[in-house]
Design a protein around this ligand. Sequence first.
Ligand code: PGA
Length: 251
Amino acid sequence: MRKPLIAGNWKMFKGLDEVEAFAAEFVKKVSDVTDRDMLICPPYIYIQTLTKAFEGTPVKVGSQNVFFEDQGAYTGEVSAPMLKSIGAHYAIIGHSERRQYFSETDETVNKRLFAALKAGLIPIVCVGERLEDREAGKTFDVVGTQVRQGLSGLDATQVKTLVIAYEPVWAIGTGKTATPQMAQEVHAFIRSDITALFGAERADGIRILYGGSVKGDNVDSLMEQTDIDGALVGGASLDAASFERIIRFKG
Ligand code: PGA
């Protein structure tokens, strides 16, 4: 049985006072939730603040990216051991905004993935097609390549904790969600790719999240799908009440 994971990706939003206010309100709302994992990935600078605020609660904290070297002269970068040392549990890797605006490739995704695993962070590897890929009938080609190249060189033991997020680029921040059936089709395809790479037992245990305009009014039907094991939520994770509604999905 895969335990659902509802993850918030705050992107580049919120000042410190807003982070503190969110944490105080959010903890009160969700501290009774135990049957699903909850995660917030704020900008790096708030990871410690949130880790402290969520101490003793079931809410975990993660990063939105991670650099692949442990240390060195890499101005502006943050490494996996550093993140681990301040209490991060997860790291988002290869988000489409990183691919689009910061030249991330499947190769850098792969390097970041190895670094995260080595430091004991749970990686959330993001994949997803652009609108032109979907319209050209290339969704499975594009997603399949991202999965195979992104996970290249890993063995079945290393993928034990792996989380994958399927986020169609055309659904991110646009209000256009993939229908539950469209999402399920790609999730099943990803799981079959993972089966081919690492075997059925591993594929069965890996959580595949859906991301792209997930809200309180669409989360239930998404979570009803067999291969959708959680959500990566951008905009709707910024407000404690709307994120709580998503966490309390019925499905
Ligand atoms: P959104 O973002 O929920 O605002 O569409 C999702 C994401 O980018 O992870």
